[in-house]
Design a protein. Structure first.
Length: 235
């Protein structure tokens, strides 16, 4: 087992559960700890990337922030999978819809993640790699949405390396049936595959790139609880 703490996570081995629910904003992780966990204990504050471990309906689970973009989530999830014995990571986050059936507050379950990132090049694969979720988690998340009555779609998302693109080409992803744009899931799925573990991305639509619908930062931080309900139902 690699040495812990790591350069980015201050926890000792054993302080993080085998299942971790992650959000880009560390304050969203804090919100989840306070709303969903019993007896949460903070295990990380390095770089203010807050992490907590507690129990949910008697099962041990951790929540943690992962920052913005694939380099950031790539570091944190790599360390969790490879240094802390984590088996399952579920990302809950916001995404911009490019599908006319997904609007503010709806849920996109990422069965796969397209990307414009070079993250995959480190593996020196002789072709194109398709990052995908664990099917059992996808199926369980869809079933949870049905039980809760939440509007959702399952499909591809686009994990973009650029938030402010000099040459946006969303029309081309729309033609290929991509549901929404976010910035992290492809790297999460690649780290899960490489380490032989499970991952799932569940996103709440925070804005609609085609219609101009949008939410505030405060709303994104504190009110996107439907995706959290779904994520915790998978524990």
């Amino acid at each position: 087992m690699a040495t812990t703490p790591t350069p980015h996570i201050g926890a000792k081995f054993g302080e993080i559960a085998e299942t971790v629910i992650m959000a880009g904003d560390p304050l969203r992780a804090k919100f989840m700890a306070e709303k969903f966990l019993e007896n949460p204990v903070q295990f990380n504050q390095v770089r203010s990337m807050l992490g907590f471990t507690g129990t949910y309906k008697g099962k041990r689970v951790s929540v943690m922030g992962h920052g913005m973009g694939m380099p950031s989530i790539g570091i944190y999830t790599y360390e969790l999978y490879n240094f802390y014995g984590v088996k399952t990571i579920i990302r809950v986050g916001s995404a911009g819809s490019i599908n006319m059936d997904l609007h503010i507050g709806d849920i996109a379950i990422a069965m796969g993640a397209c990307t414009n990132s070079n993250y995959v090049h480190q593996y020196e694969l002789p072709g194109t790699y398709a990052p995908i979720a664990d099917f059992s988690l996808v199926r369980a998340a869809a079933e949870a949405c049905e039980r809760f009555g939440y509007n959702y779609k399952v499909g591809n998302v686009f994990s973009s390396d650029t938030f402010y693109s000099d040459n946006p080409q969303n029309d081309k992803w729309i033609k290929m049936g991509v549901l929404a744009v976010e910035m992290e899931i492809a790297a999460l799925y690649m780290n899960a595959a490489r380490s032989g573990n499970k991952a799932l991305g569940i996103c709440t639509i925070s804005d609609h790139i085609l219609t101009g619908e949008a939410t505030t930062a405060e709303e994104r931080q504190t009110t996107f609880t439907h995706m959290m309900d779904v994520a915790f139902s998978l524990i």
